[in-house]
Design a protein around this ligand. Structure first.
Ligand code: C5P
Length: 241
């Protein structure tokens, strides 16, 4: 576990559309280059629903649908099929839903991809980056450290056919070493140097995320709240390019 991360493709930047309404989200989308990846999360999806995803996909954008699914296997498999049918490229579910749930979802994706030529990949949530050891222990009981939990949940996801995980930059290298270079790691909690962490507990710069081996960087406020979002995106791409 002491080797340098294998080098190192250029990570893709995913812009988190954390907006309360679709109009505001599409105002930002129109200001950014074509071919950009977007994360549609719980807030925007609950407001705007599938039409938001379909519009992005129809316009040729790549969609990461961050619904963090967590339910019984049959229900999660059904939601996974529905997401794949909309053409989303990445979809999240909680690794803590257990092996049967993860397997049901990965079987559903495999089937959808084979039938329709879709290219949907599943990402497991291990431990939210807003949790640290203390807050995780308050949920799971004493001694439930973040690092241990991330490793265990990433391994479970991989064994269950999931394509990758969402994890903080701090865990990225360990996940790659444990699960292999092809196992995707998507890292939120990205901040440009000089920016505050806000509500994130574990943050890193784009360059550090790249050197840790991240495949995708999820960036929200550093782009969406910038005076010039397009320039902010360019700055991040330049840092990892
Ligand atoms: O604005 P900021 O860059 O902090 O946004 C981070 C995005 O990544 C948010 O949409 C948040 O929901 C998401 N996310 C996260 N931590 C995870 C999974 C997703 O911050 N573990």
């Amino acid at each position: 576990m002491n080797g340098e991360a294998e080098a190192v493709s250029v990570p893709e930047v995913i812009v988190a559309l954390d907006y309360p309404d679709p109009e505001a989200a599409f105002e930002l989308v129109e200001r950014l280059p074509e071919g950009t990846w977007y994360k549609v999360g719980l807030e925007l999806f609950t407001r705007g629903g599938p039409p938001v995803v379909r519009r992005l996909v129809d316009e040729g954008r790549h969609v990461f649908l961050d619904l963090k699914l967590h339910d019984i296997p049959n229900t999660v498999a059904g939601a996974t099929r529905a997401a794949a049918a909309m053409g989303v490229r990445l979809l999240t579910l909680h690794a803590s839903g257990g092996e049967a749930m993860l397997r049901a979802a990965s079987d559903a994706v495999l089937d959808a991809n084979q039938r329709s030529g879709a290219d949907t990949r599943l990402l497991a949530i291990t431990v939210l980056t807003s949790l640290d050891d203390a807050s995780l222990s308050s949920v799971m009981g004493e001694g439930s450290g973040v690092e241990q939990a991330v490793g265990r949940l990433a391994g479970l996801a991989r064994e269950s056919g999931v394509h990758g995980v969402v994890s903080s930059v701090g865990e990225c290298r360990a996940v790659k070493l444990a699960c292999g270079p092809d196992f995707l790691v998507v890292t939120p909690g990205i901040r440009l140097s000089g920016e505050g962490a806000q509500d994130q507990k574990r943050v890193a710069t784009p360059a550090v995320a790249k050197s840790a081996g991240a495949d995708f960087l999820v960036v929200g406020r550093s782009i969406t709240r910038a005076d010039d979002p397009s320039a902010a995106l360019e700055r991040i791409r330049a840092e990892v390019g």
